[in-house]
Write a protein that binds this ligand. Structure first.
Ligand code: NAI
Ligand code: CS2
Length: 472
């Protein structure tokens, strides 16, 4: 099915902003804004989005050259939809970001990646070393936290109104994290802003879901065939999508509930379900799948040995969850596996393994710790951490040139080199990293489990690792 643009873009009002206009934002949140614009009888009510990219890629020129429109192709084995989206009004890059007019903006979303919050991985504290330059020169910030603080300070001085900042990154308690790092930063550079922030800004937590791999030559070709022309901003994604937002808005918001967004009082069960089942499975495949010689999540999830392992892993993770209203954890797990088995989605394991030091604590470490607290084993989780201990910091490209990047990569690679002779020592060193819940460090059984799997996988050919995982 093809959905051409069906509304007049000039009627959209710039009432929303988004920081981090990457592939995900274009394929996910923009789709909901587009749904609203399509369904509104009076498109002058419709929300348009002003985008800001503080780090590369700079897409502002491409966006203008394409008259502000791009296509999103969603497909699975059963069907495909190619829609043209026009609700991204403009995009500013780092050099123009300070010029963006925020006076009419009431709702801001962020997908700036896990690293963008300038926090210590596994916690909620601002990492001062990451904002050092902005602390010295807060009027000319380079980080997202410094940028938000300067825009809010400008709004306060102009006696502007309340505003909602909704993080949509895959980090634990993303709203709480954003509020915590911003408050800490603001108290250091704009002390008068702290009270204003408390009174005028809310940070709802939100859970977003749609698998949107980075574009490849193959996906660009598929998109071009579907939409009939080259599209440098277009994205290919899976059909599934979900967006759940905590009901904590300081100002007006789009009528998202009309287009399927869930607005809830308690987000935690949704976030945990997604991080621990879908994302947990993806990260597990990123670590164990690479040990088995796979390059993408499709190959890993259709490997019978790994699919068999997945059922044990998902059941183990599910014991740490409260089922959100309207969901069924068993079905959610099965659907997660099926989504990864979508033959049209080529998600490189090296991409998923990137920033593992920020992802694994909430996806694997937290549920493992909760199981250990309850006297339950956490062996599938130990296997994933063992995989990371053996591969973290490996920057060799896959056959398509995709490389894993993680700020903690060099540290893991050093630990591996230092403890090459002893799986026990390597397990202890990796579990001693401050990113994990302390229970993982303190639990001798978990350390022994992790060491066992490091020993089992180390230096083994893919077939041997696959056999061990399948037999687990
Ligand atoms: P991408 O690589 O296409 O885009 C990354 C975006 O983040 C760019 O706009 C870039 O300017 C910005 N960014 C990167 N580092 C930054 C920093 N240090 N400070 C400020 N901005 C920064 O990645 P994509 O696919 O858009 O994913 C971004 C994030 O969205 C993920 O890290 C994740 O938290 C979240 N997400 C992604 C999903 C996916 O399937 N791709 C699904 C659900 C959530
Ligand atoms: C993936 C996610 O790269 C990764 O970390 O696990 O981006 C995943 O595709 C999304 O969270 C799905 O919503």
């Amino acid at each position: 099915m093809t959905l051409p643009l069906s509304y007049d873009r000039s009627n959209l009002r710039p009432r929303a902003a988004h920081l981090g206009v990457g592939a995900f934002h274009r394929a996910h949140q923009q789709g909901y804004y587009d749904d609203l614009a399509r369904s509104s009888s009076n498109s002058s009510d419709s929300w348009g989005v002003v985008g800001v990219n503080l780090t590369p890629p700079d897409i502002s020129d491409v966006h203008s050259a394409q008259d502000g429109c791009f296509n999103v192709l969603t497909e699975d084995g059963d069907g495909r939809e190619c829609r043209t989206i026009g609700t991204l009004l403009r995009v500013s890059d780092a050099k123009d970001a300070a010029k963006v007019d925020w006076s009419g903006i009431e709702f801001v979303t962020l997908t700036i990646t896990e690293k963008g919050y300038c926090h210590h991985a596994g916690g909620m504290e601002l990492d001062l070393s990451k904002v050092a330059a902005d602390l010295v020169n807060p009027e000319n910030p380079h980080t997202a936290i410094g940028y938000l603080a300067s825009m809010l300070e400008r709004r306060r001085r102009a006696q502007g109104g309340p505003i909602t900042l909704a993080s949509c990154d895959n980090v634990a308690d993303n709203g709480m994290l954003l509020g915590a790092v911003l408050q800490d930063y603001v108290a250091r550079v704009f002390p008068d802003l702290s009270a204003w922030l408390n009174a005028n800004v809310t940070f709802p937590t939100s859970m977003v879901d749609r698998i949107v791999p980075a574009m490849s030559t193959a996906s660009r070709d598929r998109l071009q065939t579907a939409c009939g022309h080259e599209d440098a901003l277009g994205v290919v994604a899976e059909p599934f999508r979900q967006w759940v937002i905590e009901d904590r808005f300081a100002a007006a918001r789009p009528a998202f509930e009309q287009v399927g967004v869930q607005i809830v009082d308690n987000l935690a069960p949704y976030e945990h379900m997604k991080h621990r089942l879908l994302n947990g499975l993806q990260s597990s495949y990123a670590e164990l799948g690479r040990l088995c010689g796979h390059q993408g999540s499709y190959a890993a999830s259709t490997d019978p040995d790994l699919a068999c392992w997945a059922s044990v892993f998902l059941a183990s993770q599910a014991t740490t969850l409260h089922c959100p209203k309207g969901e069924n954890l068993t079905e959610y797990g099965l659907t997660s596996l099926k989504r990864l088995q979508n033959p049209t989605i080529h998600h490189p394991l090296n991409q998923i393994a990137s920033d593992a030091s920020f992802k694994l604590p909430q996806r694997i470490g937290a549920p493992a710790a909760e199981r250990l607290e309850r006297g339950l084993a956490a062996t599938p989780q130990a296997m994933v951490i063992a995989g990371w201990a053996l591969q973290g910091g490996d920057t060799r490209p896959d056959a398509d040139g995709v490389v894993t990047a993680d700020p903690m990569g060099p540290e893991i690679a050093n630990l591996r080199a230092r403890h090459a002779a002893s799986a026990v020592d390597l397990a202890q060193a990796v579990l001693a990293l401050p990113i994990w819940p302390s229970r993982l460090r303190d639990d001798a059984g978990f350390a022994a489990d992790t060491a066992y799997w490091i020993q089992t996988f180390a230096g083994q050919p893919a077939e041997a690792s696959r056999a061990k995982i399948g037999a687990f």
